[in-house]
Write a protein that binds this ligand. Structure first.
Ligand code: NAP
Ligand code: COA
Length: 300
């Protein structure tokens, strides 16, 4: 099974976020949309942002059809004025802001020697500067709400290193650093700051663009799943439900952490010896080692 399993029912009460207002950058598509939807299905009013107005309009319609109060506000996370306008409109429409999810990001595969300075800068500006700028814009409203939550959508690219993604790896490493710095500085205002590091998530632009596999969703899922210990790619629901948890009172003592939601994908390496051959190879090596006197009890 390489496709993500069908989402299960939420383990949380459907009013766990009642009365809360959430702003989700990049909330019109992919993982950001499902985070928005789950925050909404758990009681929050939601504001989504992005550059494509039509995507926002379509997403708000779909959210409204599920009974979720939603507002779409167009803009670019690289522009401080846009981030401030998003917060202003969120508070203007819904009266407060309690939750900020920094999900907007950009990425593509590029060999470092072929990546221009502007290409590197573009991804740093969307992912890292955008996370800082949106967080800074949201700070006064989160502080006024008297107990806010910031959730930064990161990645595992920079745990070790990831081929052809020097730009995004650097950007997400900086995002994780920001998560810790803001958690330290803003805890005094009742604001918790955490991250989620998704692994490969099926049916997303990220996986389709970055897996390096030709073919449709099924082919991508299958190829990628071969390197995930749990045997399948993740679902957008897996990230969204983690966001509901981090935004909820259940996470009231969690701040400055980045939760990895990846089926152990980043830990995966091909085994040096196939599973079926481990015992035979190991016992053979043990016997040979003892026979040569290199193993067993040390000779003093
Ligand atoms: P996606 O659908 O392309 O989501 C990115 C969103 O960010 C889009 O809605 C996009 O909307 C918005 N965005 C991009 N640049 C922006 C800008 N300059 N200003 C405002 N909004 C901007 O991709 P996804 O795969 O779901 O990724 C969502 C998040 O998960 C990203 O942070 C990504 O790094 C992370 N992630 C994904 C995976 C995965 O397997 N998919 C794995 C690890 C981490 P517009 O284009 O309309 O602006
Ligand atoms: N390989 C190498 N360089 C690339 C590239 C690629 N595939 N795509 C873009 N670039 C470079 C451009 O050449 C340009 O550099 P230059 O001026 O030196 O030529 C720079 O990146 C900016 O490109 P531009 O298209 O002007 O940026 P943009 O702001 O319109 O778009 C991107 C930003 C490139 C990140 C675009 O992919 C995007 O909007 N992504 C959002 C969605 C996404 O990536 N989702 C996946 C999950 S994160």
């Amino acid at each position: 099974m390489s496709a993500p399993p069908q989402p299960t029912v939420s383990p949380f009460r459907n009013n766990v976020l009642a009365g809360k207002v959430a702003l989700i950058t990049g909330g019109g598509s992919g993982i950001g949309y499902e985070i928005t939807r789950q925050l909404g299905l758990h009681g929050a009013k939601v504001v989504i942002t992005g550059r494509r107005q039509q995507v926002l309009t379509d997403s708000c319609e779909a959210l409204a059809a599920e009974g979720i109060a939603a507002l779409g506000v167009q803009g670019d996370v690289r522009k401080a004025d846009d981030c401030e306008r998003w917060v202003h409109e969120a508070v203007g429409r819904f009266g407060r802001l309690d939750i900020l999810v920094n999900c907007a990001a950009g990425n593509f595969l590029a060999a470092a020697e072929e990546l221009s300075a502007n290409g590197f800068r573009t991804v740093m500006e969307i992912d890292t500067l955008g996370t800082f700028t949106a967080s800074r814009a949201a700070f006064p409203a989160l502080r006024s709400a008297g107990g806010g939550a910031v959730i930064n959508i990161s990645a595992t690219l920079h745990y070790g290193a990831t081929w052809w993604q020097a730009h995004a790896s650097a950007a997400k490493a900086a995002v994780d650093s920001l998560t810790r710095s803001l958690a330290v500085e803003w805890g005094a205002f009742g604001i918790r700051v955490n991250g989620i590091a998704p692994g490969p998530i099926g049916g997303t632009a990220g996986l389709q663009k970055l897996a390096g596999v030709n073919g449709g969703e099924e082919a991508v899922n299958k190829a990628v799943a071969a390197c995930i210990p749990v045997g399948h790619v993740g679902a957008r629901w897996d990230i969204a439900i983690a966001a509901v948890f981090l935004a909820s009172p259940a996470a009231r003592f969690i701040s400055g952490d980045t939760l990895v939601v990846d089926g152990a994908a980043w830990l995966w390496r091909p085994p040096a010896v196939p599973r079926g051959a481990v015992s035979r190879a190991s016992r053979g090596a043990e016997a040979a080692s003892r026979a040569t006197g290199l193993g067993g009890k040390a000779k003093l």
